[in-house]
Design a binder for this molecule. Structure first.
Ligand SMILES: Cc1ncc(COP(=O)(O)O)c(C=O)c1O
Length: 380
């Protein structure tokens, strides 16, 4: 079944006599029982932290997204990533982390994991099958992200997961960029896919949410055990909003994806631009891997400007009228940020000029293009 159909029909109540279209929101900490005998049963929910019907329906939608065997729900995308890591490591382990990881993931691995005796080794996102050379008997997790945050490198996922599987190492990918719509990493051998549902599934810049999709039930059970012991829970209202986002995510994603492609192609021909970081462009170093493994793009891409002063970069961003200045992506409003203050890389050459990131929303692509054109004139 195609995703459009799946997301319309998954996670809904069965039609009966005058049933609602969507699952009900039931808010609870206490769950009441009419028999004391049932309080300690292990086969049913006994407390609000264990979720509700709307949470169950949302889990079904996330499983359907990537044909996963299990889904867990977390209060933010970042907590989904850190939870997946923490569920899979123990003291003495080593984590292999892509150099292109989302900044807070890198910070977590480098500043928090050492406190529990877990070390991190950064690798070049282009490493491919050579990842095998970094795997030791201490390696428990390889953390992937493709494309990289900010710099958009593409991994050779099948080569990397083959090496990881042979060594018994768990692979985790931050799959937020593709929304699970243009990349299914579980089909390429990845064990765990994490999402900041804050982006496309929230879709309106007004909530934070995360999900962990596991390829098999054993991995899913380990995630559940960790989530239960650490005590994470999400509100039924937020779960409802994310499930609501699923219903319309395909047309929203497709429009933003097409807009990003139009703008990326057009920007490549602009005088002020050194290069455009979008794997859908033939000029992108990861284009052939992207063509092989992905079914499309996303709303987000980067632009390296020709060298220009930091003051002019700020003038460019401040000069945009339709792009909000702010973090995140996947919402209905287009956003733009300058990236250099947050860019940390150990395995990449310095970029040729300042890096800008565009997140396309649902405005008309031609209006966004005209807006960027007028702001580019400020760089002259
Ligand atoms: C690639 C990626 N992963 C994870 C996150 C974290 O998501 P959240 O803001 O829901 O914690 C973000 C947020 O920008 C992101 O871009």
């Amino acid at each position: 079944m195609k995703k459009e159909t799946l997301f319309t029909h998954t996670g809904r109540p069965k039609a009966g006599l005058a049933t609602t279209v969507n699952p009900d929101i039931s808010r609870a900490s206490t769950l009441l029982f009419d028999r004391a005998e049932d309080l300690y049963r292990g086969d049913i929910r006994t407390y609000g932290r264990h979720g509700s019907d709307v949470h169950d329906q949302l889990k079904k939608a996330f499983m359907a997204l990537e044909s996963g065997a299990h889904a867990a729900l977390l209060p933010s995308g970042h907590s989904a990533t850190t939870t997946a890591i923490l569920a899979m490591v123990k003291t003495g382990d080593n984590v292999l982390l892509t150099d292109g990881a989302y900044g807070p993931t890198r910070a977590f691995c480098q500043s928090y994991l050492p406190k529990i005796g877990v070390t991190t080794t950064l690798f070049d996102p282009h490493i491919g099958e050579d990842i095998v050379e970094l795997i030791t008997d201490k390696t428990s997790v390889i953390l992937l992200e493709s494309p990289s945050s900010l710099t958009f490198e593409i991994h050779d996922l099948p080569a990397m997961t083959k090496a990881a599987k042979a060594a018994g190492v768990t692979t985790i990918i931050d799959n937020t960029w593709s929304g699970g719509i243009s990349l299914n990493p579980l089909k390429l051998g990845v064990d765990i896919s994490v999402h900041a549902a804050t982006k496309y599934f929230g879709g309106h810049g007004d909530l934070l949410y995360g999900a962990i999709i596991s390829a098999d039930v054993k991995t899913g059970a380990a995630i559940d055990a960790y989530v239960k012991s650490i005590g994470f829970a999400t509100s039924p209202d937020d779960a409802y909003q994310v499930l609501r986002g699923f219903r319309s995510v395909m047309p929203r994603f497709r429009q933003a994806e097409a807009t990003a492609m139009q703008l990326a192609k057009w920007l490549e021909g602009q005088d002020a631009v050194h290069s455009v970081l979008h794997p859908g462009l033939e000029s992108h170093p990861g284009h052939s891997l992207w063509k092989r493994d992905f079914t499309g793009g996303a709303c987000l891409f980067g632009v390296v400007l020709n060298p220009v002063s930091a003051k002019k970069v700020l003038a460019f961003i401040n000069g945009l009228e339709l792009f909000g200045i702010g973090y995140s992506y996947g919402g209905y409003e287009s956003l733009c940020i300058h990236c250099d203050p947050q860019l940390r890389r150990s395995h990449a050459d310095k970029l040729a000029g300042p890096l800008i990131r565009f997140a396309c929303g649902l405005e008309h692509a031609d209006d966004l293009q005209a807006d960027i054109a007028q702001a580019l004139s400020l760089l002259k």
